[in-house]
Design a protein around this ligand. Structure first.
Ligand SMILES: [Zn+2]
Length: 115
């Protein structure tokens, strides 16, 4: 499935309907006109679905929690990494990757660099 905007299609088809608007000596339209009228009807009767435009967001640094980031769209915080220290005293970090905000569904396009 692909989502398209039917309104410009209808306008284009109306142009064709006007272009092919000739009638013969009996008052009948030609096949092109009939096909365009039928196309207009098919598009006007096509089922519609509810769809929301994709929101694009990015992770922003949380104001005080270094393990958390904030969605630029809904401003909700999400834990995105964990820090710890191993036996030898060396710090480790585990990153949690989210391609979508778990709160609002925004597609996360960019990530800031971690200092
Ligand atoms: Zn969000």
């Amino acid at each position: 499935m692909r989502l398209i905007d039917a309104d410009p299609l209808i306008l284009k088809i109306k142009d064709y309907i006007e272009e092919y608007n000739d009638t013969d000596e009996n008052g009948y339209h030609n096949l092109k006109w009939c096909a365009m009228k039928e196309s207009e009807m098919v598009i006007n009767n096509a089922p519609t679905i509810e769809a929301e435009p994709i929101r694009h967001g990015r992770w922003e640094k949380h104001p005080y929690e270094r393990e958390w980031d904030v969605c630029s769209c809904c401003k909700q915080g999400t834990k995105r990494r964990e820090f710890g220290v191993n036996d030898k005293g060396k710090e480790w970090v585990t990153e949690y990757s989210y391609t979508y905000c778990p709160w609002c569904g925004a597609r996360m396009e960019e990530h800031y660099e971690i200092d």
